[in-house]
Write a protein that binds this ligand. Structure first.
Ligand code: C5P
Length: 223
């Protein structure tokens, strides 16, 4: 059968990563976390003393770091200039800075090209998760999913993932998440948005297993 391309978009805390990895593993597809790439470029900017709120400086540097994504859904990896970035890209510092960096058009152009080439090289196909996959990166995807959930459910899930001190403050987690989604939805270049032909799945009342099952069924219908 021909390669199958699946795009999964939605705001933070809707279960995009867990769902995308599990669907890819079940169907023998590759997996690409585009959010990890935006985080990786942000980590590089912070590490190199670039002011993330200076769009011109971010644009100038956008092409400098070498970002490599490993697409095995059971062990995805990300490196920046050869260094393992999996840990550093999940810090609070990177999370707070990523929306500013990802709003810069030069950053988006560069990563969009990288994402398209990775998708084109996946032999059996790929599940790509992000914010603009269905609208911009892979407009011809075989299946587009848009995951949603209430702000309360999303904050509760995200808190559960965070360790220690951060986990205790649900209200702060929810506020930070709502702020990041507003920035991602409000930017000019390829904002977070549901593609017209995407299937919307509200995960508020669903278990992760139910969401995975739902997406797997939709992929199989289109294969
Ligand atoms: O998915 P994750 O929360 O790791 O994404 C981090 C950030 O990367 C998002 O808040 C958004 O600013 C940016 N992003 C994006 N476009 C994508 C994926 C992520 O702008 N396709």
């Amino acid at each position: 059968p021909a390669a199958v391309i699946v795009g999964i978009d939605g705001p933070s805390g809707t279960g995009k990563s867990s769902t995308s990895k599990a669907v890819a593993a079940k169907l023998g597809l590759r997996y690409l976390d585009t959010g990890a790439q935006y985080r990786a470029i942000t980590w590089w900017m912070l590490s190199n003393g670039i002011d993330v709120n200076d769009a011109a400086a971010v644009a100038d540097a956008a092409g400098k770091p070498e970002i490599i994504s490993g697409t095995d859904p059971s062990a995805p990896t990300i490196t920046v200039d050869g260094a393992d970035a999996a840990g550093p890209i999940r810090t609070q510092e990177v999370t707070s800075a990523v929306s500013a960096v990802s709003a810069v058009p030069e950053v988006r152009t560069r990563l969009t090209e990288l994402q398209r080439s990775i998708a084109a090289e996946a032999p059996a196909g790929i599940v790509v998760e992000g914010r603009d996959i269905g609208t911009t990166v892979l407009p011809d995807a075989d299946l587009k999913i848009f995951l949603t959930a209430s702000a309360e459910a999303r904050a509760a899930r995200r808190s559960g993932e965070l360790k220690g001190k951060e986990a205790s403050d649900l209200a702060a987690t929810q506020a930070a998440l709502v702020k990041r989604d507003a920035a991602d939805s409000g930017r000019k270049t390829s904002p977070l948005a549901k593609a017209g032909d995407a299937v919307e799945v509200d995960t508020t009342e669903l278990t992760l297993e139910q969401v995975i099952e739902c997406v797997v069924t939709l992929v199989e219908e289109r294969r």
